[in-house]
Design a protein around this ligand. Structure first.
Ligand code: PMP
Length: 368
């Protein structure tokens, strides 16, 4: 028997657990991790090169610890797109929104504290909770994957969590949470403890509806987290950010590692923000492709969850993993998130979506 993790003196709560592990398989069509299929446009690649070259000249020095220029540009982006004024002191940035979430849990969760999410939802909320020693509570959803508000309010009242996660649009189901529901959850959370409510808007640029940023007004315990991994087509960059009351931004600085955002990351993100309009143009194309996937899957007789994201949850399958495998055998990688009966496909470029739909049609034909 080989020496393994469990032979090491690892923390009890990590024993027997698996790491986050979306398969990174080398297949022709990869529609499994909600990436943007479009490579960055060449003029942006040029601009990144220029900005990084300039940053390279100063790599003997630590980067701007507070990433002020980047936070200012992110605030301007939010102000412009959400129609709600956001200032530099409202914004914090880190290496992907996963790190933003980790910093939030290090600040507001931790040993002896708990966080709740309404599942199925983004599995990393629970995994990062565990990694920060925060107890995890799995809150309820209805059969149709909408948040069961009455049950959620009850769970908040009973467990009195320190952190409440609301993912909208939700991953892996794709549906958005209505603003009234988020407000009701915020009220319930304040009554119970009060606690922090983190609205994870990783996919909001793909939504039919609006960002919940305006709700930040007068709600200092509300946080909206965002990412450049999806709409900006920059998953490889690792840049996530949050908007909140300036006190929240001050608080997360108690746990961030000094100089956590490299000068290269800051330079690259700043270059991408100069090309926002072009990148948001791709978002419009992806929204149209997402809507096409919904329509075509429904026409094929599948159940499809309403999607406000760049992916679509479809079912139902008696054995979703077997169907996942059959789609993979046809060169298309989708995601089995472990939601029984359902699979998730990311909206890719038109030809990738065609390949996916062809694979599904072929499987259908085989079965009939
Ligand atoms: N939140 C949600 C809901 C996500 O689906 C993801 C990525 N799949 C993230 C956050 C993390 O994204 P990143 O760390 O790349 O910003």
């Amino acid at each position: 028997m080989s020496f393994g993790i469990d032979d090491l003196p690892v923390r009890d709560e990590l024993r027997g657990k698996s790491p986050y592990g979306a398969p990174q398989l080398d297949v022709p069509v990869r529609l499994n991790t909600n990436e943007n299929p479009y490579p960055l446009p060449e003029p942006l690649v040029e601009r990144i090169t220029e900005r990084v070259r300039e940053a390279a000249r100063h790599l003997n020095r630590y980067p701007d610890r507070d990433a002020v220029e980047l936070r200012t540009r992110l605030a301007a982006y939010l102000t412009k797109t959400a129609g709600h004024p956001v200032a530099t002191e409202n914004v914090w940035a880190a290496n992907g929104s996963n790190e933003v979430i980790q910093q939030l849990l290090q600040t507001f969760g931790g040993p002896g504290r708990t966080a709740i999410g309404f599942e199925p939802s983004y599995s990393m909320h629970g995994l990062i909770a565990r990694g920060t020693g925060t107890g995890w509570i799995s809150g309820p959803r209805h059969e149709d994957f909408t948040v069961d508000l009455a049950a959620a309010e009850k769970a908040i009242a009973v467990h009195r969590p320190d952190v409440v996660f609301v993912t909208t649009p939700n991953n892996p189901t794709g549906n958005a949470v209505p603003p009234e529901t988020v407000l009701a959850l915020y009220e319930a959370a304040q009554k119970a403890r009060p606690s922090m409510v983190v609205v994870d808007e990783a996919y909001v640029e793909f939504s039919h509806g609006d960002s919940l940023l305006p709700l930040l007004d007068g709600r200092p315990n509300l946080v909206v987290s965002r990412t450049m991994s999806k709409a900006f087509g920059a998953a490889g960059l690792r840049l996530g950010y949050l908007a909140a009351h300036p006190a929240v931004v001050d608080a997360v600085q108690l746990v961030r590692l000094p100089y956590h955002l490299s000068a290269i990351t800051q330079a690259t993100a700043l270059a991408a923000l100069e090309h926002t309009d072009t990148l948001l143009g791709y978002v419009e194309q992806l929204k149209a492709e997402r809507d096409r996937l919904v329509a075509e899957l429904r026409a094929l007789g599948y159940e499809v969850t309403e999607s406000d994201a760049n992916f679509v949850q479809f079912g139902r399958f008696e054995d979703s993993h077997a169907t996942w495998r059959k789609i993979l055998d046809r060169g298309v990688l989708v995601r089995d998130n472990g939601v029984p009966g359902w699979l998730r496909v990311t909206a890719g470029a038109p030809e990738e979506n065609d390949a996916f739909l062809d694979a599904v049609r072929e499987i259908e034909k085989e079965q009939s």
